[in-house]
Design a protein around this ligand. Structure first.
Ligand code: ZN
Length: 203
C-alpha cells in the first residue's frame, strides 16, 4: 500500500520568499545523489517520496525542508523548499514559510531535531531492498506508527531513549513501507552515514 505524499498534520503556510540559494545548492548536492539512486523519487501515479531537511546553527526551532509532493521532481529550485518556523508534536501542527507546504514528513524531521540538538540535517529515503534487509536489525519504529504522525514523532523519541539510534544515526520505519531515515551534524555526515549503513560498511 502506498501511504505517501499527503499531509497528516495541520499545516499553516505563510507565503514568503523561498529560502536562499545557498541552502538550495547545499541540499541539492545530496538530493541529486539520492534521486539518482531512486532513494528519492516517485511511485506509480507520480506520488513523490523522500525528503531532506537542514537546520542552521543559529536557529533553534527552525529548519528548511523540501516541500510537500516534490519527491517526483528531478531538480529542485528555491520555490520547492520551505522553512518550518514552528511546530507542535502534541497539536500535530506545523507553521511554515515559503511558497509550498512543508513535506508531509516534517513532523518526523522535527522530532529528530528536538531529540538531537547537534543534528543539522535529516534525510528520509525509500528503498524496498534496504528496508527489507534492515528492518529490526537497526533501530526500527513500531509498525503501528504511520509516517508523518505524532505517533511516529513519539517513536523517534523512543528510539533515542531506548536504542543505539544516537550512535548509528540510521533507522527504519516498520509502519511506513520502505521508509528509512538518517541524521547527522551536517548533510555530508547524514548522507555519508546513510550510505555506509545501506551498503554494509557500518556498523
Ligand atoms: Zn516516506
Amino acid at each position: 500500500m502506498i501511504d505517501e505524499g499527503y499531509i497528516k498534520f495541520n499545516s499553516q503556510l505563510h507565503q514568503t520568499p523561498p529560502p536562499s540559494e545557498w541552502v538550495v545548492e547545499e541540499v541539492n548536492t545530496w538530493r541529486d545523489r539520492m534521486y539518482a539512486l531512486d532513494y528519492i523519487g516517485a511511485y506509480e501515479g507520480d506520488i513523490g517520496y523522500g525528503n531532506i531537511s537542514v537546520k542552521s546553527d543559529l536557529l533553534d526551532n527552525e529548519f528548511i525542508v523540501t516541500g510537500s509532493g516534490t519527491g517526483n521532481i528531478p531538480i529542485l529550485f528555491a520555490d520547492h523548499f520551505t522553512r518550518v518556523s514552528s511546530y507542535s508534536i502534541d497539536d500535530n501542527s506545523v507553521v511554515c514559510e515559503g511558497r509550498i507546504d512543508a513535506s508531509s514528513e516534517s513532523m518526523t524531521h522535527a522530532a529528530v531535531y528536538a531529540c538531537a540538538p547537534e543534528a543539522r540535517a535529516v534525510i528520509h529515503i525509500h528503498s524496498r531492498r534496504h528496508w527489507d534487509a534492515l528492518l529490526n536489525k537497526i533501530p526500527t519504529t513500531s509498525d503501528s506508527a504511520a509516517y508523518g504522525t505524532p505517533d511516529m514523532a513519539r517513536e523517534i523519541k523512543r528510539l533515542f531513549e531506548e536504542t543505539n539510534f544516537p550512535e548509528i544515526r540510521v533507522m527504519a520505519m516498520a509502519g511506513h513501507d520502505e521508509g528509512i531515515l538518517s541524521y547527522g551534524t551536517s548533510l555530508d555526515d547524514a548522507g555519508g552515514r546513510l550510505l555506509d549503513v545501506l551498503e554494509g560498511r557500518y556498523p
